[in-house]
Write a protein that binds this ligand. Structure first.
Ligand code: TRP
Length: 431
């Protein structure tokens, strides 16, 4: 009954185009509306610094991407939508992960290797113009993911290696310090088409063949008119196979519309008329969002406020989790028990778990100290059995169970030290 967490980041280094919309924004917004999923979407602006040293461009791209996602229907009340650089725990966690990541693993990262290979081919120093930021890119990304213990990370194929590295980092850290991290999985949407661009190759900023998602109507029309076609004359049957025009249409149309469009191709529709139809079909989907986009672009303070609210939600998770991780690695109060030194004098009076049913008919538990103060509060469970299993897990795994159970616990909880002391005091403590 604990929900599945999805998390993905968007590097703030460009203007969203139709390919981003079809390949990532639209499926992500749809996924965020499914019940039982918790979605974390964030603007990866620390990652953007690796590629871009123009401050105004980073700022502009951050606004454009945030406005695009919101205009496309992302509901900031349902998801955690935030800017990476508003969560200082992420760079802190990056350092922790840096210290458990083999340098050799990073040497093998595709993006870094591509730069090195290019330098070698040009008979230059292998690391010429390679920043340590590029080298560390996968660790920062690992911190993004592990910070929120995401289960699934929707990404393009080019990012699979990074997710695998994040899994490695989770395992190395857990191996040294106990079970704190969920090992994430890449979620690759097989059904989502990669959109061809104006020249028929994959739509991508690096090919300069994109159609901006929120180009004004007139510009959208002009860009669509520039999509590469063959030279078949009006009246000549056209092939849908390999037609960028047709593939883009398909990404926006229903199955029936697509069949009808294919029929028009067979009937010899003129390219001009086909482009007109494509333009109208895309604009039908985009126009309502475009109005919202333009509003947000003109009111950046509204976007800023939403991102702040998102960062507050993200930090409500990140801050206590980071405190626990600091504790785990030994960055902790000199006064607290080290777990290695001489035993603490005098045991704390016994704490206990209380299970109960609320008026809402659901089942809950809490951990209370000897004086009855609540140290840990669960959220609702559908049955006493589920609540009992969660308690058993905490008794067995101690604090590390809290990461796995996080979706089932209230956010406010006692400090890791207080919780540990209470768990140690439980009667029949298995640890
Ligand atoms: N590297 C990703 C990309 O370029 C962006 C990104 C940064 C990301 N951090 C992430 C994606 C964490 C998923 C999860 O597409």
């Amino acid at each position: 009954m604990s929900s599945v967490r999805f998390l993905t980041g968007i590097t703030t280094s460009g203007t969203p185009h139709l390919g981003n919309y079809v390949g990532s924004i639209r499926p992500a917004v749809a996924a965020s509306l499914r019940p039982g999923v918790e979605s974390y979407y964030f603007l990866a602006d620390y990652h953007a610094l690796i590629k871009i040293d123009e401050p105004a461009r980073i700022q502009r791209s951050t606004l454009e991407i945030a406005a695009s996602w919101l205009a496309a229907g992302l509901d900031p009340d349902r998801v955690v939508f935030y800017r990476q650089s508003d969560v200082p725990e992420i760079p802190e966690l990056t350092w922790f992960l840096t210290c458990v990541t083999g340098k050799g693993i990073l040497n093998r990262a595709h993006a870094y290797k591509a730069s090195v290979d290019k330098n070698l081919a040009a008979e230059q120093d292998p690391d010429a113009d390679v920043t340590a930021g590029l080298f560390m890119y996968p660790v920062l990304m690992g911190a993004d993911i592990l910070m929120f213990n995401a289960h699934h990370v929707p990404v393009g194929r080019d990012q699979i290696q990074h997710i695998e590295m994040a899994r490695d980092m989770a395992h190395s850290f857990n191996h040294r310090y106990g079970e704190h991290f969920v090992a994430p999985l890449a979620a690759i949407e097989e059904s989502v088409a990669t959109l061809p661009g104006l020249d028929g190759r994959k739509m991508s900023k690096s090919y300069d063949n994109t159609i901006p998602l929120f180009a004004p109507r007139a510009e959208l029309k002009k860009l669509i008119a520039g999509i590469k076609t063959d030279s078949r004359a009006p009246g000549e049957p056209k092939s849908t196979e390999g037609s960028a025009l047709f593939q883009i249409y398909q990404a926006f149309a229903s199955a029936e519309e697509t069949t009808a469009f294919a029929q028009e191709f067979a009937n010899g529709i003129a390219w001009g008329a086909a482009k007109e139809q494509l333009f109208e079909r895309i604009d039908r989907e985009i126009a309502p969002m475009r109005a919202r986009y333009e509003h947000l672009m003109a009111h950046p303070q509204e976007v800023e406020a939403m991102l702040h609210a998102g960062a507050a939600k993200a930090r409500a998770v990140a801050t206590p989790f980071m405190a626990r991780l600091r504790q785990a690695v030994g960055l902790r109060s000199l006064v607290a028990s080290s777990g290695a030194g001489p035993a603490k004098a005098g045991k704390v009076a016994a704490a206990s778990f209380k299970q109960y049913r609320e008026k809402d008919g659901q089942f809950y538990f809490k951990l209370v100290d000897a004086k009855g103060a609540v140290l840990l509060q669960s959220l609702a469970f559908e049955s006493p059995k589920h609540a009992g299993l969660a308690i058993a897990q905490i008794k067995q795994d101690g604090l590390s169970a809290l990461a796995t159970l996080r979706g089932q616990l209230a956010q406010e909880q006692a400090s890791p030290e207080a919780l540990q002391a209470a768990l140690d005091s439980l009667p029949g403590d298995p640890a």
